[in-house]
Design a protein around this ligand. Structure first.
Ligand code: Z5A
Length: 208
């Protein structure tokens, strides 16, 4: 049977990496074979593209070049990693996916959602996550968490208004696609977020 594809999204510092560790334990305790990956990235070549996207460089990256690099990395990731894993019955847990493109390049940078949807169809050919966890947090708090962690990347240098648009876009996606998306309030303590996340995933994916 094909593996399930789970993605996790949210603004910077929302706790994606932290909560992926909890999901990993849940899958293990259910005896499920899984792979953890991330976007942009997930294969050696896609990780090189990630480097281009996150680096702070003297030559500013055009908004369109940014979008195309995101989808170039995704095309490689899908063909070389995600699809083969799913086809082999392995569940894939991915830190960010195309909802991030609608949120960052669409709502954040101002690119037309239709253009993004066209590339989505070209690259994904109908493939969508089975479940998307959206960790929701005021970006002011997320940025504080990210800043405490160390040097900021090219996206993290954006103004707070940019991240407010990103957050709202995620909430809009969740409202439009409630069967695929689950929103978790990530402003609570780590233990409370974990509890809520695990009960949601158990219920949505029929796990114990
Ligand atoms: N991007 C894009 O523009 N378009 C796309 O299509 C895609 C991506 C796919 C890299 O993503 C960038 O790529 C991203 C958007 C863009 N922008 N940026 N920057 P990324 O996912 O690698 O980068 P990130 O969003 O900054 O993720 P992160 O740094 O890995 O953060 P996180 O995983 O969400 O958070 P964390 O590391 O788990 O937690 C951060 C800190 O907060 C840490 O010290 C935790 O202990 C703490 N924390 C977490 N939860 C809590 C709670 N509940 N209470 C208190 N403290 C907490």
């Amino acid at each position: 049977m094909r593996g399930k594809f789970i993605t996790i999204e949210g603004v910077e510092g929302v706790g994606k990496s932290t909560n992926i560790a909890h999901l990993k334990h849940l899958l293990e305790s259910n005896g499920i074979d899984y792979a953890i990956t991330r976007e942009p990235g997930g294969t050696p070549l896609a990780e090189k593209i990630r480097g281009l996207l996150l680096a702070v460089d003297d030559e500013p990256l055009s908004v369109l070049a940014e979008l195309l690099l995101v989808f170039a990395a995704r095309a490689q990731h899908l063909e070389r990693f995600i699809k083969p894993q799913l086809d082999a019955g392995i569940w894939v847990l991915c830190d960010r996916f195309t909802d991030a493109t609608f949120a960052y390049q669409g709502a954040g940078r101002g690119l037309d959602a239709k253009t993004i949807a066209t590339l989505q169809e070209l690259v994904q050919n109908g493939l969508r996550p089975d479940l998307t966890i959206i960790l929701d947090l005021d970006p002011v708090v997320g940025m504080q968490r990210a800043t405490e962690r160390g040097a900021l990347d090219r996206f993290e240098l954006e103004q707070i208004e940019f991240f407010r648009r990103v957050r709202q876009c995620y909430l809009n996606i969740a409202a439009r696609e409630p069967n695929r998306c689950a929103v978790i309030d990530a402003s609570r303590s780590l233990a409370e977020v974990e509890k809520s996340l695990l009960s949601t995933v158990r219920q949505r994916l029929d796990l114990k």
